[in-house]
Design a protein around this ligand. Structure first.
Ligand code: DOR
Length: 444
């Protein structure tokens, strides 16, 4: 044990692989150095965290930060400010930027832009396409590569792999777990006339449960054929959950806070196109089934799918409105409110946001509060009641679908590799985010 630690955080309830209990945490440099009753330990700095809970840093494995090319909506800096303001310590960012992240150069460009501008640590997904199939083994190994992401149905941007033959070639080539947006493009095209002008409540009728189920079954079938690991993003239907519960050998499952929290028709009546997402928020039957899958363990991770668009882009008449909503900053408070309401335990929340990402993506040194691991910590006050507001949102587009929503459970501190980056709502220090390291990829 070091004689003098850099920081000791005392007296909080620590939630980790060891359960839940009052413990001190000592940090030396970027790593956790000791956990337990550290009464006599000396430290350069101390924090009294009695009454608070310390969770392993929350890892949001699905965000869209829009840089390069779409920075009128968000950029890597504003997106990462939103992340740490909401208690998130690392993000995996999506490739549907301009240009698309589909080559070694475009990935290296994102890493260069992220260094000294992002407050949290980062990985970047690389888009899998017909054109880059043969380069997938190389692309999976690059610095910060979180693996391959494929859009099977079109959403924001031009990344689309809608032919089964191309999907087959991509899945044959992957060696890490790859992530998929599963909606069937042919069915989406055929059902376009079901969109009603000015009525976003027709969005889930157009992009119906069957479109999601067809694509998810096709994807899992190919994963089984090739013996490859696939991650199905933002599952939105009861039908997919029924199917996936029996196909967990190759497929892992993500759900989002908005599919757990919002429901049709209410969300479209209250929020209009601000509730418009792909895949869509659906009715109570689906939301209930998603909760049941989360509670029974079918669900592996929570991702926010933070997908900012400006108010101007949301204020057109549907269907000329963009799909997506902010979420990285509200993931922790919205889900802690669900914890306080008894819908999941705090341990299960940690399983979904730290242990789950670590297990699925083979993240090095993160996802646990354990000696030798990165000192990434999400410190929360489970008793604090606060109201989420647009004014609190750090994202460039400055709105949240939860404006005015009162929650109990709030992020009060964010530490990334031992450095305080947020405390009581203030973003602290300079941006020192680094690429996340992976067992089967880049070693940091
Ligand atoms: O609603 C969505 N918006 N779903 C996606 O898959 C993409 C995202 C975006 O980038 O705007």
């Amino acid at each position: 044990m070091a004689d003098t630690f850099d920081l000791v955080i005392r007296g909080a309830t620590v939630v980790n692989h060891d359960g839940e209990g009052i413990r001190d945490i000592a940090i030396a440099g970027e790593r956790i150095a000791a956990i337990g009753n550290l009464g006599p330990a000396k430290a350069v700095a101390e924090i009294d965290a009695a009454g608070l809970h310390i969770l392993p840093g929350v890892i949001d494995t699905q965000v869209h930060f829009r840089e390069p090319g779409l920075d009128h909506k968000e950029d890597l800096e504003t997106g990462s400010r939103a992340a740490v303001a909401g208690g998130v310590t690392a993000v995996f960012e999506m490739p549907n930027t301009k240009p698309l992240t589909t080559t070694a150069d475009t990935l290296a460009d994102k890493v260069r832009r992220a260094r000294n501008r992002m407050f949290c640590d980062f990985g970047f997904f690389v888009g899998g396409t017909r054109e880059n199939v043969s380069e997938i083994p190389m692309l999976e190994k690059l610095e910060a590569s979180a693996g391959i992401k494929v859009f099977m149905g079109s959403s924001t941007g031009d990344l689309l792999v809608d032919e089964e033959a191309a999907l087959d070639r991509i899945i044959a080539k992957i060696s890490r777990r790859a992530s998929f947006h599963a909606e069937d493009e042919a069915r989406l095209k055929a059902r376009m006339p079901l969109r009603r002008k000015g009525d976003p409540s027709s969005h889930p009728e157009w992009r119906d449960p069957e479109a999601a189920l067809i694509a998810t079954k096709r994807l899992v079938g190919l994963a089984e054929k090739h013996g490859k690991r696939v991650h199905v993003l933002h599952i939105s239907t009861a039908d997919e959950m029924d199917y996936l519960r029996d196909h967990k050998s190759y497929a892992t499952v993500e759900v989002t806070p908005h599919h757990l929290t919002l429901e049709a028709p209410d969300c479209y009546e209250r929020l209009g196109a601000y509730a418009q997402m792909n895949p869509p928020v659906r009715d109570a039957r689906h939301r209930t089934a998603i909760w049941a899958a989360l509670q029974s363990g079918v669900v592996d991770v929570l991702g926010s799918d933070h997908a900012p668009h400006t108010r101007e882009e949301k204020d057109h008449a549907y269907p000329d409105t963009h799909s997506g909503m902010t979420g990285v900053q509200t993931l922790v408070p919205i889900m802690l409110d669900h914890v306080n309401a008894g819908r999941l335990s705090l341990q299960r929340f940690v399983d979904l946001t730290s242990h789950g990402p670590q297990r699925l993506f083979g993240i090095r040194n993160k996802g646990r509060i354990a000696v030798g691991y990165d000192a990434d910590l999400t410190i929360v006050d489970m008793k604090r009641t606060a109201t989420i507001s647009n004014a609190w949102i750090e994202s460039r587009c400055a709105w949240t679908p939860y404006d005015g929503v009162k929650v109990t459970g709030w992020p009060v501190g964010t530490f990334v590799r031992g450095r305080k980056v947020m405390w009581e709502g203030e973003i602290a220090g300079s941006a020192r985010g680094e690429p996340v390291g992976f067992l089967e990829g880049f070693v940091r």
